[in-house]
Design a protein around this ligand. Structure first.
Ligand SMILES: *Cc1c(COP(=O)(O)O)cnc(C)c1O
Length: 428
């Protein structure tokens, strides 16, 4: 289920020792597993093999060129949210004809770029946007393939495993207005109504919100097919991953041991629950997973610099922080922390914090972790999605390097930034 495990007491990614790559390339360091990316992509793709479908990886989760290249090689399409992401996909050899372009705030330049490159569909989030796209397409003498994003008003937040920090309110067009939006757009000269799209949220680990949304929106998709001949229905991304027991969840046996009620969603379960509703539509079904493909495929390796004992707390100060993995600070995201050299089992309650001058700069607070000391390496698990893509150079720390492992090979797929890189675009 992922390819990070202890071997002879030392953490490995596939056949590569994490201590060895950290020794060679320094820390902090992102390390990704090719095998895990491939496995996740293929499991999801296989789960939907009974129907016409396409996986469009959500680039924003992890946009490293080598990651995109790997997925393009498997036949993946791409869900992009900016011109910059389209540029990356093209650089990586991805097929623009398999790209969908989402997001509420596309600029003229981005729309022109997407149309010129011949992307599969622009997923439109307001009627103002559809009118503007028609105008821009007209100026280019093109017809823009579009889909509207419907906001199905399904409460994904009532389920306990779902992150509640993110409001989706600005996204999509209300279910009540969507039929009219298509009707008006069908009269615009330079639009081709190609599909319907939705995306109800992220890190969903239970099936019911997905089922509810698909069942609510499927009749609309059937109507739109009858009226305007749409060809696809994108059901979005959002499949959750394991964060709390991330390391253990690498093994198939861990999954088999989980009681039914608490077992995280599997691609097979997801497919089985919704295919019966989707199949009769006779539409191409698009899937837009980001986190599911990338999340468990990466770790952030960091070194402990100091231990500071206060009156009430023990702080482990490490060489990475919120500037390189912001999920804990941004939405209380949980990352399992494990020592790279397996420890004898001593556990202590600590705050693992970074060097940044912000009180929000922590990876965990008052958490029982396997003890580690200054000089030792730790891994933040499940850091492959929404990790490096959100990294910044705040406090003028150079961005970390990224390594992509494949079997016994560890390749640098992004060089560590230098101090000179930090100031390259600036002038005195
Ligand atoms: C972010 C996003 C996704 C991917 O979400 P995950 O939770 O990472 O699977 C898919 N579709 C759209 C439109 C998105 O904005």
């Amino acid at each position: 289920m992922h390819s990070f495990h202890y071997s002879n007491g030392s953490l490995h990614c596939e056949g590569v020792s994490i201590a060895d790559v950290a020794e060679k390339h320094g820390t902090p360091l992102y390390v990704y597993s090719s095998e895990t990316f491939r496995d996740r992509y293929m499991r999801l793709d296989d789960a939907f093999s009974a129907i016409d479908h396409e996986v469009a990886y959500a680039v924003k989760a992890n946009s490293n060129l080598s990651v995109l290249r790997l997925l393009a090689g498997l036949g993946s399409g791409f869900d992009i949210v900016s011109g910059g992401e389209l540029f990356r996909v093209l650089k990586a050899g991805g097929d623009p004809g398999k790209c969908t372009f989402a997001g509420v705030g596309k600029t003229r330049e981005e729309i022109e770029y997407a149309l010129r490159e011949g992307i599969y569909s622009i997923n439109v989030e307001s009627e103002e946007e559809s009118a503007f796209i028609s105008q821009v397409a007209g100026e280019l003498n093109l017809v823009a393939p579009i889909a509207f994003r419907v906001n199905p008003n399904v409460d994904a937040k009532t389920h306990k495993y779902i992150s509640t920090g993110k409001s989706e309110n600005k996204f999509g067009i209300d279910f009540e207005f969507i039929a009219d939006a298509y009707e008006r757009a069908s009269k615009l000269p330079n639009l081709n109504l190609k599909g319907l799209q939705m995306h109800i949220g992220s890190q969903l680990t239970s099936i019911s919100p997905f089922v509810e949304a698909v069942e609510k929106v499927a009749p609309l998709a059937a109507d739109l097919k009858a009226k305007y001949g749409i060809e696809f229905f994108s059901i979005g991304g959002g499949i959750g991953i394991v964060y709390e027991k991330a390391l253990a969840s690498g093994s198939e046996s861990w999954w088999n041991d989980q009681p039914e009620e608490i077992r995280p969603l599997t691609p097979e379960q997801y497919a089985t629950a919704i295919i019966p509703t989707l199949e009769p539509l006779g539409l191409k079904i698009l899937l837009e997973p980001g986190r599911f493909i990338a999340g468990n495929a990466g770790i952030l390796v960091s070194k402990c610099l100091y231990e500071k004992k206060g009156t009430t707390k023990t702080f482990k100060i490490v060489d990475s922080g919120m500037h390189q993995l912001i999920r804990p600070a941004l939405y209380e995201g949980f990352h399992e922390i494990v020592p790279v050299t397996e420890s004898a089992g001593a556990v202590e309650s600590v705050d693992v914090v970074g060097p940044i001058c912000e009180s929000g700069d922590f990876f965990c607070q008052n958490r029982q972790v396997n003890s580690f000391m200054p000089g030792e390496l730790i891994a933040l698990m499940s850091a492959g999605a929404y990790g490096m893509v959100m990294a910044s150079t705040y406090n003028s720390h150079p961005l970390p390097a990224e390594i992509l492992v494949d079997g016994e090979q560890a390749k640098v797929v992004r060089k560590r930034q230098t101090l000179q890189d930090l100031v390259e675009a600036e002038e005195v």
